[in-house]
Write a protein that binds this ligand. Structure first.
Ligand SMILES: [Zn+2]
Length: 206
């Protein structure tokens, strides 16, 4: 089977299957369902999965074309005007200071926070809903308190944005398609993209 597999256990009673745009196969299962039972379920559904993966790959080919340099420049200008204001707005609520705010076009992350508090944001955030942009801003500001993704970190994000999960899910579901459009010419292809903002690398990047 092609594609990544992600198993999400929760209080649900039934098991469900979903193919994400990035070709991840997502199984949502009840807490008590064993790995073995999940594997059996996947085997039973193999034909369905393969069919849908093929469709998803077809859709991927139809994705919008890569951004042009002009479009990226425009996005960067917009971001340079808009994002520092959102950072300034949320910093007092989070209760932190910060250093420089820079805008980039990294394929690997939506934002990052350095040890000295310099913040970097992806210009593609300008194509996300405003509440998603705010989530990434708050996420990075919360790294000024916790340079990790500990429980305490997420509790802080939740204190500022009680509905942060919804915002984060938007990025998981739609972020990949946006980032795909940075390929192939404008970025280093060797970097892999993690649509989940919690996939931060060291230094508290989103
Ligand atoms: Zn992070």
């Amino acid at each position: 089977m092609e594609g990544q597999l992600e198993v999400i256990r929760s209080r649900r009673k039934t098991v469900s299957l979903e193919i994400r745009r990035d070709l991840t196969v997502v199984v949502r299962a009840p807490w008590h369902m064993s790995d073995q039972a999940i594997r059996r379920f996947l085997r039973d559904k193999q034909t369905w999965i393969e069919g849908h993966l093929a469709q998803a790959m077809e859709r991927r080919r139809e994705l919008l074309p890569p951004f042009t340099e002009g479009q990226l420049l425009e996005l960067k200008q917009q971001a340079t005007r808009a994002i520092p204001a959102r950072v300034a707005w949320f910093a007092p609520t989070v209760g932190v200071s910060y250093g420089r705010v820079a805008i980039g076009r990294q394929i690997s992350r939506w934002g990052s926070c350095s040890a000295v508090g310099n913040l970097n944001f992806n210009c593609l955030l300008m194509l996300c809903p405003p509440e998603v942009l705010d989530y990434v801003v708050v996420h990075e500001l919360c790294h000024r308190k916790h340079m990790n993704h500990s429980r305490a970190f997420w509790a802080e994000v939740e204190r500022v944005l009680p509905d942060y999960q919804m915002r984060r899910n938007w990025l998981k579901e739609h972020g990949g398609a946006l980032v795909e459009r940075l390929r192939p010419k404008t970025v280093d292809e060797s970097l892999s993209f993690h649509p989940d903002t919690s996939g931060c690398s060291k230094g508290g990047a989103v």
